[in-house]
Ligand binder design. Structure first.
Ligand code: GRG
Length: 297
């Protein structure tokens, strides 16, 4: 299967699992907040993070079905962060995944609760499934908590808010990107490595790959904010300039950002090629690196 077919195959599995993992309940059991959570969870999206967990698991000799709840959990955490990020007190946006944002449809209070519900359901799933993997399950849970907590995504979002209208240096910019976006993209790869008891050499190469694509993803996001339109993106472009944010493009210029994107992608390709040489099928990893350079949404 080529990259696109593999991606589509796993995306369908993720979508089915997400719907089953957070079923609609009736009004007496918090039906409205579940409806709001499902509105954003099932609104589409690339499903990059859960697919990475399934692909890495398969690459390391495991069965993707066995780790589907972990994959759903990551997507729930990602979706909650998008709902909260779109709220008026944060980015105040009205378009996400090509649809009106959660608070536009359900109001701010329910949107806040829908995000909270997704976060809690995510860790419920991790605990339900983690016990079947023994200590590896706990390790995977710890990786996910770290990536999404105050040392990871929440910390990165805080630094990002504090950095608005400030002059930050390249190191500060990388730190924000690494924590806000990078760690949750690295997490599924490292969780799969933990769950599949990968060797130290495999973990080293998987970490190199994961760090490189996490950074590449964010640099491309900064580029798209400048060059894409809202139909393409499914969200509002031009927000970084509006909020006077320092981004890879504002700091290094479009060509400089593109250059750094290519350096990151080269590092990802090199790690994937080395992993391939150890006998793992890294076709998806290489295809993803190529896609991240040109992705349009
Ligand atoms: C509010 C706790 C909290 C965190 C917010 C992730 C995040 C932190 C904010 C999202 C804002 C943003 C546009 C970040 C840039 C990178 C990013 C995470 C883009 C969205 O992810 P995609 O492209 O989205 O994977 P889809 O919709 O495809 O899942």
């Amino acid at each position: 299967m080529d990259f696109a077919a593999q991606n589509e195959f796993y995306r369908r599995q993720v979508d089915a699992c997400l719907s089953e993992s957070f079923p609609q309940t009736d009004a007496s059991a918090g039906g409205l907040v579940v409806e709001a959570a499902r509105y954003s969870l099932l609104a589409g999206g690339k499903r990059l993070r859960p697919i990475l967990l399934l692909v890495t698991t398969a690459m390391l000799g495991g069965h993707p079905d066995d780790v589907l709840p972990f994959a759903a959990a990551i997507e729930m955490i990602h979706t909650y962060s998008l709902i909260h990020d779109d709220l008026p007190c944060m980015d105040n946006d009205n378009l996400r995944r090509g649809k009106p944002t959660n608070h536009i449809v359900y109001g701010e209070a329910i949107a806040l609760l829908a995000g909270d519900a997704l976060l809690n359901r995510a860790f419920e799933l991790v605990h339900e499934t983690g016990e079947h993997f023994g200590s590896a399950g706990w390790k995977a849970a710890q990786i996910l908590s770290h990536a999404s907590g105050s040392q990871g995504m929440i910390g990165g979002q805080t630094l990002d808010l504090l950095a608005e209208k400030q002059n930050i240096d390249a190191q500060g910019l990388t730190e924000i990107h690494q924590r806000k976006t990078g760690l949750l993209i690295q997490a599924p790869i490292l969780m799969a490595a933990a769950l599949m008891n990968a060797t130290d050499d495999q973990v080293k190469l998987l970490t190199q790959y994961a760090e490189a694509i996490g950074l590449a993803f964010q640099i491309r996001d900064d580029i798209l904010d400048v060059i894409a339109d809202s139909t393409q993106l499914g969200k509002t472009p031009g927000k970084d300039i509006r909020d006077q944010k320092t981004t890879y493009v504002s700091f290094f210029g479009l060509a400089g950002a593109q250059n750094r994107l290519e350096v990151s992608i080269e590092s990802a390709r090199s790690a994937a090629t080395e992993l391939q040489a150890t006998g793992s099928d890294c076709g998806y990893f290489i295809g993803l690196a190529d896609y991240l350079i040109i992705r349009q949404s």
